[in-house]
Design a protein around this ligand. Structure first.
Ligand code: MLT
Length: 406
């Protein structure tokens, strides 16, 4: 699968405003420059012309997280966020190379048009050049870990930090943290059956997920990692504690809970499984979406709501059914909590309806080594909804415990 390289650009004084900040229109030019440069260094700047197709921008949304100043060197990546019939959505992250801070990100929808300006289906070669279906960040690779092969982003050097996504999501949930947490070896896999990892018809359980991740650490020759899990990712983190405790150097438990499913929750899992089988994963996504993203995000970040909808809708059916069964059958992790001796940070979105702040507080109080942070304006998917705030609290926690991760 072809990947376009991340491009480094330097910010010049003439692109900045009276306060010395990179101007917002100049940001768009830098994103565009990085796209063309990536093409020029990859398949050629004449790539679209050669294939009789032209990408017309239909929508451009830029999130400006932090200012850039003259002299800053920015690494701008590019990956395919969504692939429609005649359109593609690209995401670009701009990270300051000096300290790994994510400064801005662009989400761009392009419609493919032919020589007469009519929309045309996205040629396979175009989808391929942006990394094909599924999210792709630089550093993505396939790792055989026993009976399955996992897709994972592995970036940076330093002590290891393993990110585990929730349900029915994929590793792109952590894209901002993976881009920004410089000084750590960031590892963001897709769990078996989800994202771009191998899909099996059966064989899904918390134990299988946890064993896959321990094997992934083996393959990367990592003895211990800080484990960050969101929601179902937190359930997997607890299972890693149960089965592979010596591999866990610290914990970031985000928007998650320790209790197992009660009778009502188990029945709801059965209904979801039936719904997924009868009406497809997109229907599961529609049912879940209103409770996954917070009120504020629904009002102010419609493109993010769309991104989450598409992330869920492209999850493979066996992986979704398997994960629902694995969550239904998971063991209660509350007996483990008093024994947790590694540094632990509990993070929760203030507007999280699925695992609300009260749940996070109870979790924090049960773990002797835990501290808790509430993220304002975020729901259940805090790393995506409030990326800068989540990255900052993670960075502070990680810095304080860096020495302990050998
Ligand atoms: C998740 O966000 O990972 C799941 O919704 C958690 C759950 O359903 O228990």
């Amino acid at each position: 699968m072809t990947r376009l390289p991340a491009i480094e650009v330097t910010v010049y004084p003439y692109e900045c405003d009276a306060y010395g900040h990179l101007n917002e229109a100049a940001w768009l030019l830098l994103f565009e420059r990085a796209r063309w440069e990536a093409l020029a260094r990859g398949p050629g700047a004449d790539f679209f012309g050669r294939h009789g197709v032209w990408p017309a921008v239909r929508r451009a949304v830029v999130d400006y997280h932090k200012p850039a100043f003259p002299g800053d060197v920015l690494a701008i990546d590019i990956h395919l966020e969504d692939l429609g019939r005649t359109s593609i959505t690209l995401t670009q992250h701009a990270v300051r190379t000096a300290d790994g801070t994510l400064l801005a990100e662009a989400h761009l929808v392009f419609v493919m048009i032919d020589g007469e300006g009519r929309p045309m289906p996205v040629p396979e070669v175009v989808a391929e050049v942006f990394g094909g279906r599924g999210p792709a960040l630089p550093g993505t690779a396939a790792f055989p870990v026993g009976e399955v092969t996992l897709a994972a982003d592995v970036r940076g050097d330093g002590p290891a930090l393993l990110f585990i996504h929730g349900f029915p999501l994929d590793r792109s949930l952590w894209a901002h943290q993976v881009a920004a947490l410089a000084g750590w070896r960031r590892i963001a896999p897709d769990l078996r059956g989800l994202g771009a990892s191998q899909v099996l018809e059966t064989g899904y359980s918390m134990a299988a997920y946890a064993d896959d991740l321990a094997r992934l650490l083996d393959r990367l020759e990592i003895r211990r990692a800080v484990v960050a899990g969101l929601s179902m990712g937190g359930y997997v983190a607890f299972e890693m504690l149960r089965r592979h405790r010596d591999r866990v150097a610290g914990l970031i438990l985000m928007d998650t809970r320790a209790e197992a499913d009660g009778a009502e929750a188990r029945a709801a899992r059965e209904q979801m499984i039936a719904l997924a089988r009868a009406e497809g994963v997109r229907e599961v996504a529609e049912r879940m979406l209103p409770r996954l993203v917070g009120r504020s995000t629904q009002q102010t970040q419609p493109h993010l709501v769309e991104q989450v909808r598409e992330m869920m809708a492209r999850a493979p059916l066996p992986g979704v059914v398997g994960a629902l069964g694995a969550m239904r059958d998971r063991a209660d992790a509350t007996p483990l909590l008093p024994e947790i001796a590694v540094p632990t940070l509990v993070v929760v979105g203030q507007e999280d309806e699925m695992t609300p702040p009260a749940t996070a507080r109870a979790l924090t109080e049960a773990i002797p080594s835990a501290a808790m942070t509430v993220i304002p304006g975020a729901g259940h998917l805090a790393p995506l909804e409030a990326p800068t705030a989540v990255t900052r609290v993670c960075a502070e926690f990680l810095e304080a415990m860096r020495e302990g991760v050998a």
